[in-house]
Design a binder for this molecule. Structure first.
Ligand SMILES: Cc1cc2nc3c(=O)[nH]c(=O)nc-3n(C[C@H](O)[C@H](O)[C@H](O)COP(=O)(O)OP(=O)(O)OC[C@H]3O[C@@H](n4cnc5c(N)ncnc54)[C@H](O)[C@@H]3O)c2cc1C
Length: 390
């Protein structure tokens, strides 16, 4: 990191970040182009993170995990996002779903999910969004019915990151006794549950390895013990756990994208020299001004993200405003930085399969992934005004 924020990090977190940097350099960076070109889920990268037990980041220490919170999620995911945004998103969604399972876990959840996750033997993810309610990801229409010793699920999820590739799925549903809109539940489904049907492979503009597929639940049955919390708890999960962890992970992913674009740009501007003047592009004042603006944007976003994550970890009353703002801000920074970087690096960058082309396409997912930038900006305003978000 450029800005000296290391004093915010414990020695344990610095060590975790170093481990993540090593995996990013050894596995994510060399495979990022392949992941983008083929759209294949980044299996080798996710396995390397699991082998290092970084996938146990948000599992409580008493269950063998690292017991880390939002600051750690921000630090680790940014490093990964700099190397391969699609992998960072897959990793981030795993960590968010893990935090959801851990929030009110039972002995069954600990043994079946959290301990294996801590050991690097289990990956999970979050399936909230549905085509009917779109970006209103907190309004599932998937139905949960109580049936004997289990729950039967019917409905269709869309854009499930890590879809078809991981061991379990945290799914949001209408609670089985929902009497009015707003009573929802969360439940874990194992990957081999019958009556789970995956849609086509994800063919995104960017984030191409994240395997963001649709999932039809055609009467899939989960044991009663797989319910998370109590029936009707989903709104609590969405705003108390999903929102802080998801927004932090996504802000860090997009910050990593912005940082990577800035690094590519700095290197290019220093190396590229015109023969007629003998001058490098970095010596041109307009270029210096534009780089200055990009640097300010990236560092400002990083500090807002770390401030928000720290406030969240400390449980401060005003944390939510900053957490909502940090993903909106990181999205704007990623889109602006990659777009400007494309201009500054000129014709060499404006070719198919250049690193900047991948970063630009990856960055564009930030505005459409819910909560969208518009929605988050409204929610930031509502939160600052002391109004409820919905
Ligand atoms: C790469 C990627 C990965 C994803 N991963 C996951 C995942 O792992 N799990 C998951 O549950 N979901 C995931 N999603 C889904 C995502 O969070 C959104 O739910 C989804 O993108 C919404 O798409 P939509 O076209 O149905 O949105 P729509 O609701 O149709 O919205 C389309 C656009 O309309 C505008 N709009 C809609 N409502 C409003 C409003 N109230 N105010 C202002 N503008 C509005 C916005 O510009 C919005 O982008 C992912 C999406 C992408 C692109």
């Amino acid at each position: 990191m450029n800005t000296d924020v290391n004093d915010l990090f414990s020695p344990e977190l610095l060590d975790l970040r170093d481990q993540a940097s090593a995996v990013a350099a050894d596995v994510l960076l060399p495979t990022a182009e392949h992941t983008d070109a083929t759209g294949e889920w980044p299996k080798a990268a996710m396995q390397a993170l699991a082998k290092q037990r970084l996938t146990g980041l948000t599992v409580p220490k008493c269950l063998g995990g690292h017991g880390q919170g939002l600051v750690a999620l921000a630090a680790v995911t940014e490093v990964l996002g700099q190397a391969c945004a699609a992998t960072a998103m897959c990793y981030g969604m795993h960590c968010v779903a893990t935090a959801v399972i851990a929030a009110k876990s039972t002995a069954h959840h600990d043994a079946r999910y959290l301990r294996p996750i801590a050991q690097g033997d289990h990956l999970t993810t979050l399936a909230l969004s549905e085509s009917g309610t779109g970006s209103n990801f907190f309004l599932p229409q998937t139905v949960l019915e109580r049936e004997g010793n289990g729950y039967r699920l019917r409905g269709t999820k869309q854009f499930v990151t890590n879809g078809g590739a991981v061991d379990s799925y945290v799914v949001s549903t209408l609670a089985s006794d929902a009497s009015e809109n707003g009573e929802f539940s969360c439940i874990v489904l194992d990957h081999d549950t019958p009556a789970m049907h995956w849609g086509e492979q994800w063919r995104g503009l960017g984030m191409r390895g994240n395997s963001s597929r649709s999932l039809k639940l055609d009467g899939a049955v989960a044991p009663l013990g797989n319910l998370l919390g109590d029936e009707g708890d989903q709104v609590w999960y969405v705003f108390e756990i999903v929102a802080p962890f998801f927004l932090t992970a996504m802000a860090a992913t997009y910050l990593g994208v912005a940082r990577a674009a800035l690094d590519v740009t700095l290197a290019h501007l220093q190396a590229r020299r015109h023969t007629h003047s003998g001058q490098s592009l970095s010596e041109i004042e307009t270029v210096q001004h534009r780089v200055g603006q990009l640097w300010i944007g990236v560092e400002r976003s990083r500090l807002l993200l770390l401030h928000a994550a720290r406030a969240g970890d400390m449980g401060r009353d005003d944390a939510m405003t900053a957490i909502l703002a940090c993903k909106a801000d990181a999205a704007n920074t990623a889109v602006t930085t990659t777009n400007e970087a494309m201009t500054l690096c000129g014709g060499i960058a404006y070719r198919e399969n250049s690193t900047l082309s991948r970063l630009l396409r990856d960055a564009r997912a930030s505005h459409v992934m819910s909560p969208t930038t518009d929605l988050l900006t409204i929610w930031t305003g509502r939160s600052a005004l002391g109004l409820s978000l919905l």
